[in-house]
Design a protein around this ligand. Structure first.
Ligand code: B3K
Ligand code: ZN
Length: 881
C-alpha cells in the first residue's frame, strides 16, 4: 500500500474540460459511455502518458478522436488505463465501460439501495463508473444522459439542471441533465428509481426561482416535510449570514437506505442516508430532528464551501469539511439555542476528537500523508477543523471574519483551493500575520493550557499566568517534531466573588479576548478591590484542555453567576469530574453516595434547579448530565479501568437522583405537555422533553422500582418517539422482567420500521452488563439485522464497540473479539464501514494491562487476516504502530 504525501503534490499532466456521460441503467450490466474532452495541462509535464484511474471496471470499447486506438497504444490494469502517447493538443477520448450495480456492496460508485440506483463518488468512487482523472483539481462541465426502465426507474436525476427527457425504446426512457458549473468528479451523482416526492420553491436574493424537492421511498412522503423545510431555511440562512445564494434552477435531495455515511453534497443532487431525512413525531426523536436539520444544512452549505470552491487535493479536506461544519453549527445555533448547541458541540469534540488526537490515529487537521483517504473523514478534520474556523472568527472579530469569507469565496470561486488560499484571504482582510495561527492545521494533538491566578491586595492587581504545552505526536509523515506555540484565543472575563462582573481592565484583552501566542504569558488586571473569579475560555474559545486549579467555591460562583452560559455548564461539569476522577482512580465500589463532594454538587444543582430549571429546560438538562465515560477516561489518561469509571459515574447518578429526587419529580410534573398539545420539534419543546427525561433517568438510578413504574407508563403512553425511547433507555438500565417485556413489545411494535429498530438495536447494545455481548450476538440473527446495511451495523455493532465502554472493554477480551470478528466479516463486503468500526480500538493503549493484552491480541488477529482491504489494513497498521 503506497503512501500519498502532501509534499509530493504535482498538478495533473492533463485536464478534462468536458464530460458527456451516457448511462444505460441495468441491474447487473449497466453500460457507461464517457466522452471526455481532454487537453495537456500547461502546468504539467509535456508528453507525459495519460494515466486514468479505474476500479473494478470492465472496459468495453475505447476510441481516440473517433478512431479505435492502435495496438499497444493503451494499457489497462485493474486500477488504471494508460494512453502512452496522448496528443499534445485538445483531444477526445470515448470510453465505454460496464459495471454491476447489484453486486456493489462497497456502496462506492454506482450501486443499488432497495432497488434504487444511486452513486457515491467521494473520495474516489467515480473511477468505479468510468476511467477518469479522479482527483479534485481536475474540474469539468458534466452533461449526463441517464436511461432506464420506465417501470423500475420512473425518476431519473442528475447534477445541475434538467434539459430533456423522452422515450428510449420499448419500456425505457431517458433524462438529460446539464451542470454548467465545472466540478471535480467526486461531486458527480445520478439516481434512478421508484421514489416519492415532496417539493417547494425558493426565490433567491438574486431573483432565481429554484425548485426544491426531496425524494424518499414511496409512501414515506409525509416524513420528508421537515427536511424539505430545512432546505429552504438553509438557503435563506446562507444568504443572510454569508451572502451566498444558490446557483441552479433545481435542488434535489434523495434519501436512500444503504449509505456509508450521513449524506453527500453532489452538485444540485444531494444524496442522503434516509436516517437523516425521514422524520415524524412517532418515529423520530428530537435528536433526529436536530440532526436532520444540521445535515441538510451542512450538505447545502457545501454548495459554496466545497463545490463552488473545492479542494486542490485531499490533504485540503478540512478546507471544505471544517468550514462547512462551522457553518452548519452556526446555522443550528441561530435556529435553536446558541449556548445549548455550543455545549453539544463541545461534548462531541471531547468524546470523539480529543481521544482521536490522543491515540494512535492522531493526525493534523491537514494531514501530511495518507494511505487510504477514506479513513481521514475524521472528527479531527471535521470537528477540530470547525474549531479552527471558529477561533479565526474569535481572533479577527465577526466583521473582519465575514469580510475574509467574502474575499475567500470571491477570489477562489471556481477553483480547487488550499488552506493557504483560505488563510491568505483573512490575512489580506485583517492585515494580521496568521503564521502562528496556521500551526493549528499542521500540529496534531490537543494542547493543554495551564493557568494560575494571583491577587495582590496591596497593588490591587490580579495576574493570570498562562502556559501552553503541546503533545509531541509522531505521524505518518513526521517522526514527532517539536511543536511550536499556537495562537490561542482565550475569551475571558472576571466575576466578583459574590457574583456580578468586575470592572477591571487589561489593555491586552480586546473585546473580551486575550491571545496567547507564545509558550508562556501573563495578563495583569489593575484596580481590583478583591480577588476575582476568572471565567476563562468562555464559549470554549479554543479546543484545548485547561488546567486551572479553581477551588470548589470559585466553581460554584461561576455556576451561579457567570454571564457565559457555557462556563456555567462547565463549572458543574468540572465539579462532577473531580468527584468522578477521584473515585475511578481509587477503584471505589458502587455506593449510594459520593462523599461530601458528591453532596456538595447535589446541593449546588438543587439551588440551580430551583432558580432556573423552568426558564431554560434544555440548558438545565445539560447541567444535570454528568461527563460521559469516554470523557472521564480521557481525564484519567492511563491505565483505565472502564468498570471503575462506570461505578464512579453510577454512584454519583444515584446520589443526584436521591438528593434531587423530589425536585426532579416536581419538574417532571411542571413540564408535562398539556393534553392534546400539537407536536413541535422546535428547540423549546425538545428542551422540555430533555429535562423531563433527564429527571426520569436520575430518579430511576436512585430508586429503580419507582423509576421503572414511571418509565413503563411513559413507554406505553408517550406521544412522541423521543419520550418513548427515553423511557425505554431508562428501563434498559434496570435488569429484570419488566425491561425484557418492554423491549420485546417495542421490537414487535416497530418490526416494519427499520430506522426505529435501529434505535432499539443501539439501546440494547449499550446496556452496561455482562449479558450484553450475548444479547448482541443474538440480535445479529434478528430478521431485521444485516451486515450489508451500514445503519444496521452502526446501530448494533458500533453502538456496542464505541458507546458501551464497560462491555467493549470486558476484562475477558470478549468485547474486542466480537468487534474484530465483525470487522473481518464485514471487510470483504464494505471496507469503509469495517475500517470505521475498527477505530473503536483507538484507546486500547490507555486501558489497564490485562485488557490491553486482549485488545492487542484482537488487533493482531485482524492484522494477520489474509486479503485485508486497504481501509482496514491502514487502520490496524496505525493502531499497532
Ligand atoms: N463529503 C461527504 C463525506 C464523504 C465521505 C467519503 N468517504 C459528506 C460530508 O461531509 O458532507
Ligand atoms: Zn461535509
Amino acid at each position: 500500500q503506497t503512501i500519498v504525501r502532501l509534499a509530493d503534490y504535482r498538478p495533473s499532466d492533463y485536464l478534462i474540460d468536458r464530460v458527456d456521460l451516457d448511462v444505460r441503467l441495468h441491474p447487473t450490466e449497466t453500460r457507461i459511455t464517457a466522452t471526455l474532452g481532454l487537453r495537456p495541462n500547461p502546468a504539467g509535464e509535456p508528453g507525459a502518458p495519460l494515466v486514468l484511474d479505474g476500479d473494478e471496471l470492465t472496459l468495453v470499447a475505447i476510441a481516440l478522436d473517433g478512431q479505435p486506438t492502435g495496438p499497444g497504444a493503451i494499457e489497462v490494469t485493474p486500477r488504471s488505463l494508460t494512453l502512452h502517447q496522448p496528443p499534445q493538443r485538445p483531444f477526445v477520448l470515448e470510453i465505454e465501460t460496464q459495471v454491476n450495480p447489484s453486486t456493489n456492496t462497497k456502496l462506492m460508485g454506482l450501486y443499488r439501495s432497495n432497488g434504487v440506483y444511486c452513486t457515491q463518488c467521494e473520495a474516489d468512487g467515480f473511477r468505479r463508473i468510468t476511467y477518469f482523472l479522479d482527483r479534485p483539481d481536475v474540474m469539468a462541465v458534466f452533461t449526463t444522459r441517464i436511461e432506464g426502465s420506465r417501470a423500475a426507474a420512473p425518476v431519473l436525476l442528475g447534477n445541475g439542471n434538467p434539459v430533456a427527457q423522452g422515450e428510449a425504446g420499448p419500456g425505457r426512457h431517458y433524462a438529460i441533465w446539464h451542470d454548467p458549473h465545472p466540478k471535480p468528479a467526486y461531486l458527480f451523482a445520478l439516481v434512478g428509481g421508484r421514489l416519492g416526492r415532496v417539493g417547494s420553491r425558493f426565490t433567491t436574493m438574486e431573483g432565481r426561482d429554484v425548485e426544491i424537492a426531496v425524494y424518499v421511498e414511496p409512501g414515506k412522503e409525509g416524513r420528508a416535510d421537515f427536511a424539505l423545510d430545512a432546505v429552504a431555511r438553509s438557503m435563506a440562512w446562507d444568504e443572510r449570514t454569508f451572502g451566498r445564494a444558490y446557483d441552479l434552477d433545481v435542488f434535489n435531495v434523495v434519501a436512500v437506505s444503504d449509505f456509508n455515511m450521513g449524506a453527500m453534497e453532489n452538485k444540485g443532487l444531494n444524496i442522503f442516508n434516509d436516517k437523516y431525512v425521514l422524520a415524524s413525531p412517532e418515529t423520530a426523536t428530537d435528536a433526529d430532528y436536530a440532526n436532520i436539520e444540521a445535515i441538510i444544512a451542512h450538505e447545502y452549505f457545501h454548495n459554496w464551501s466545497g463545490n463552488r470552491v473545492t479542494c486542490r487535493d485531499w490533504f485540503q479536506l478540512c478546507l471544505k469539511e471544517g468550514l462547512t461544519v462551522f457553518r452548519d453549527q452556526e446555522f443550528s445555533s441561530d435556529e435553536r439555542s446558541r449556548p445549548v448547541h455550543r455545549i453539544a458541540e463541545v461534548r462531541t469534540l471531547r468524546a470523539r476528537q480529543f481521544p482521536e488526537d490522543a491515540g494512535p490515529l492522531a493526525h493534523p487537521v491537514r494531514p501530511q500523508a495518507y494511505r487510504e483517504i477514506n479513513n481521514f473523514y475524521t472528527a479531527t478534520v471535521y470537528e477540530k477543523g470547525a474549531e479552527i474556523v471558529r477561533m479565526l472568527r474569535t481572533l479577527l472579530g465577526p466583521e473582519t471574519f465575514r469580510a475574509g469569507m467574502d474575499r475567500y469565496f470571491t477570489t477562489c470561486d471556481g477553483t480547487a483551493a488550499t488552506v493557504e488560499d483560505f488563510l491568505a484571504a483573512f490575512a489580506a482582510e485583517s492585515g494580521r500575520d496568521l503564521a502562528a495561527f496556521s500551526r493549528w492545521y499542521a500540529q496534531a494533538g490537543t494542547p493543554t493550557v495551564a493557568v494560575s491566578g494571583t491577587y495582590d491586595a496591596a497593588a490591587r492587581t490580579y495576574t493570570l499566568t498562562f502556559r501552553q504545552s503541546l503533545p509531541v505526536v509522531a505521524t505518518e509523515a513526521a517522526a514527532g517534531a517539536a511543536p511550536q506555540p499556537l495562537a490561542i484565543p482565550i475569551a475571558l472575563g472576571l466575576v466578583a466573588p459574590g457574583g456580578g462582573p468586575v470592572a477591571a481592565a487589561s489593555e491586552r484583552v480586546r473585546d473580551g479576548v486575550f491571545v496567547l501566542d507564545r509558550a508562556e504569558d501573563a495578563l495583569v488586571f489593575t484596580g481590583l478591590d478583591a480577588a476575582p473569579v476568572p471565567s476563562l475560555f468562555r464559549g470554549f474559545s479554543a479546543p484545548v484542555k485547561v488546567e486551572h486549579a479553581l477551588t470548589r467555591d470559585e466553581r460554584l460562583t461561576l455556576l451561579a453567576h457567570d454571564r457565559d452560559a457555557f462556563n456555567r455548564w462547565q463549572a458543574a461539569q468540572s465539579l462532577a469530574m473531580e468527584v468522578l476522577v477521584v473515585r475511578a482512580r481509587a477503584n471505589a465500589p458502587l455506593a449510594e453516595e459520593a462523599g461530601t463532594e458528591g453532596a456538595g454538587l447535589a446541593a449546588a444543582l438543587a439551588t440551580f434547579l430551583d432558580g432556573e430549571a423552568l426558564a431554560d429546560p434544555a440548558f438545565a438538562a445539560l447541567v444535570l448530565t454528568l461527563p460521559g465515560e469516554q470523557e472521564i477516561a480521557q481525564a484519567i489518561g492511563a491505565e483505565i479501568d472502564p468498570d471503575a469509571i462506570w461505578r464512579a459515574r453510577q454512584t454519583l447518578r444515584v446520589q443526584l437522583g436521591r438528593d434531587l429526587g423530589p425536585r426532579l419529580l416536581a419538574l417532571r410534573e411542571a413540564l408535562v405537555e398539556p393534553e392534546g398539545a400539537p407536536f413541535s420539534p422546535d428547540a423549546a419543546s425538545a428542551g422540555r422533553r430533555a429535562l423531563r427525561n433527564a429527571a426520569l433517568d436520575l430518579v430511576t438510578a436512585a430508586d429503580p422500582q419507582a423509576g421503572t413504574a414511571l418509565a413503563l407508563g411513559q413507554v406505553e403512553n408517550a406521544a412522541t418517539m423521543t419520550d418513548r425511547l427515553a423511557a425505554l433507555a431508562t428501563l434498559s438500565l434496570v435488569p429484570g422482567a419488566a425491561r425484557e417485556a418492554a423491549l420485546a413489545r417495542f421490537g414487535e411494535t416497530y418490526r416494519g420500521e427499520a430506522l426505529v429498530l435501529d434505535k432499539w438495536f443501539a439501546l440494547q447494545a449499550m446496556i452496561p452488563e455482562a449479558g450484553t455481548l450475548e444479547r448482541v450476538r443474538g440480535l445479529m440473527h434478528h430478521a431485521a439485522f444485516s451486515l450489508g446495511n451500514p445503519n444496521r451495523v452502526r446501530s448494533l455493532i458500533a453502538s456496542f464497540s464505541l458507546n458501551n465502554p464497560t462491555q467493549f472493554h470486558r476484562p475477558d477480551g470478549a468485547g474486542y473479539d466480537l468487534t474484530a470478528e465483525v470487522v473481518l466479516a464485514l471487510d470483504g463486503k464494505n471496507p469503509q464501514v469495517a475500517a470505521r468500526l475498527l477505530t473503536a480500538f483507538n484507546t486500547w493503549r490507555m486501558v489497564e494491562g490485562g485488557r490491553r493484552l486482549h485488545a492487542e491480541a484482537a488487533l493482531r488477529r485482524v492484522a494477520q487476516a489474509p486479503g485485508l482491504s486497504p481501509d482496514v489494513s491502514d487502520i490496524v497498521g496505525r493502531s499497532l504502530a
